[in-house]
Design a protein around this ligand. Structure first.
Ligand code: ADP
Length: 215
């Protein structure tokens, strides 16, 4: 379903979010106070507007309250980041994602009602570190400090084996949530599901268990 996103602040992070959402087929309103930042995305998003998002009337005039999601991607200007997040929640935007610079900043954003707080550099660092120490990891989402969802290329040693034979849950505490094949995906695979060459596995795992998987 096509959703409506507003992205406020078109630095490296906001620009990347706005362009990707747009490429995925969603409506994107991109806002920045800098004309050159707006010009850089004007051909990639539905609407690109040069405005100071600290101005409540401007946000109202743009109809921000009707958007499904607003992303506050202003990093360095802390006051603007916090003020805009508060205003968006007060206006009734259902889901506000805000970028935090530090843990303390993140706590403030949480208190004022941001629905999701992201730490791009920290999150990328965690992902990269896991990618470097665990072979075959394609993607990684930390659920809590100890548990993650990871996407890996099926280890060669697992090809032509069923999940029942591998018994990963009992051996390592790893649950296989899905097996992605070339043309389809098996969600919630049973014990008889067979792993084939080039499959991708989506796993729910304790972080320390991942290192025990073969290459
Ligand atoms: P990044 O680290 O992702 O590059 P920055 O914090 O450097 O992020 O960039 C934030 C962007 O937000 C800049 O393009 C800046 O012009 C814009 N910005 C800052 N304050 C406002 C504001 N009050 N209204 C709209 N855009 C703003």
């Amino acid at each position: 379903m096509r959703k409506q996103f507003a992205v406020i602040g078109l630095g490296r992070f906001g620009t990347s979010v706005a362009k990707t959402l747009s490429a995925l087929g969603h409506d994107v309103l991109a806002i920045d106070s800098s004309e050159s930042a707006v010009q850089a995305v004007v051909h990639d998003v539905t609407h690109a507007v040069q405005a100071d998002a600290r101005d409540e009337e401007t946000l109202k005039a743009l109809g921000i309250r009707n958007f499904d999601v607003a992303v506050v991607a202003i990093g360095h200007e802390l006051e603007a980041n916090i003020l805009i997040t508060v205003m968006l929640k007060e206006m009734g935007v259902k889901y506000v994602v805000a970028k935090a610079q530090t843990a303390l900043h993140g706590k403030v954003l949480e208190r004022i009602g941001a629905d999701k707080i992201i730490y791009p550099e920290k999150d990328m660092g965690i992902r990269l570190a896991h990618n470097l120490v665990t072979s075959n990891v394609m993607d990684f989402i930390e659920l809590s400090p100890g548990y993650s969802i990871v996407e890996i290329i099926a280890p060669f040693a697992y090809t032509n084996k069923t999940l029942g034979e591998l018994n990963l849950r009992a051996r390592f505490g790893i649950s296989v949530m899905a097996i992605k094949k070339k043309d389809n995906i098996i969600v919630g695979p049973g014990a008889d599901a067979l792993i084939e060459e080039d499959d991708t596995l989506v796993l729910l795992s304790k972080n320390d268990a991942l290192a025990k998987l073969p290459e």
